[in-house]
Design a protein around this ligand. Structure first.
Ligand code: SAM
Length: 255
């Protein structure tokens, strides 16, 4: 049995009828370099390879009528069996609008787990019997409907890979990003110091690391309060709980 550690590559298997879509996107940028450097092992399995008819049919009409086609159990179940053989410790995740919202905590858990099998649907979706028996969890990318699960699968993979050791150049990068500490990211600036009358905030030019860290923290809090009141409320609760645990007053001093 392969035991996932920080040293073993993150292993992902995507079950999809459009492997070329995954391969094209997954070969560029941070993710592409992670694959090249052996930090991520990415495989695709096409359920069409598990069909027996000339047309390699993976879909059928819906019982009960209605528009659109439904993905059949047979080829998907066989493809998932092969995926589980390659990735025995992995959960099978079906990307679906009916799933629980995908968020940073799920990405973190997945990065620690070290393996994942992602199932991308097409057409009207997948025969419920496959979901009932072969899927461990369903994750949604948001309250909208896409044409297929490949782009959601790529989003999940990208979010997870960034959290794996060695994938980002600077190990601190992932920790400093939005959501990791419960707040959104602070604003970033690069050269020149002034452009079209817009100046970089003076504190960032001061060289005073304490003042810069305090400014960034205040900005992260302000951005979160303004853009995401839901995250802000949760973060304040966390702070209050931490203050109570540490014997503080827990009086919401971050307001
Ligand atoms: C056209 S959609 C099916 C939509 C389905 N009939 C419904 O109304 O919920 C085809 C496939 O795209 C993927 N998909 C679409 N929207 C998604 C979302 N918001 N999150 C994750 N996957 C999604 C799923 O894999 C789904 O099986």
């Amino acid at each position: 049995m392969e035991v996932a550690t920080a040293e073993t590559p993150f292993h992902a298997v995507i079950v999809t009828i459009f492997p070329e879509l995954i391969e094209a996107v997954a070969s560029v940028g941070v993710f592409g370099r992670a694959v090249e450097r052996g930090l991520v092992r990415l495989e695709t399995i096409n359920p069409r390879a598990y069909t027996e008819d000339r047309h390699q049919t993976v879909d059928g009409k819906a019982y009960g009528g209605g528009p659109g086609m439904v993905m059949k159990v047979g080829p998907l179940r066989a493809a998932l069996e092969e995926a589980r053989r390659r990735c025995p410790e992995a959960k099978v995740i079906y990307l679906s609008p009916q799933g629980a919202p995908f968020a940073q905590q799920k990405a973190e858990a997945c990065a620690v787990q070290g393996q994942v099998i992602l199932l991308a649907g097409r057409y009207e979706g997948i025969d419920q019997r496959l979901i009932d028996r072969d899927v461990d969890e369903q994750w949604s990318l948001g309250d909208y409907v896409l044409s297929g699960g490949e782009m959601p699968a790529l989003v999940v993979l990208d979010a997870v890979a960034r959290l794996r050791p060695g994938v980002l150049g600077d190990e601190g990068s992932a920790e400093a990003e939005s959501f990791s500490a419960g707040l959104l990211d602070f604003p970033h600036y690069t050269r020149p110091e002034e452009i079209d009358g817009q100046r970089v905030p003076e504190v960032l030019l001061s060289g005073d690391h304490g003042a810069i860290a305090a400014w960034r923290q205040a900005q992260a809090e302000a951005v979160t309060r303004r853009q995401r009141p839901d995250l802000w409320a949760r973060w304040q609760e966390q702070q209050q709980r931490a203050e109570k645990r540490n014997g503080g007053s827990g009086d919401g001093s971050h307001e």
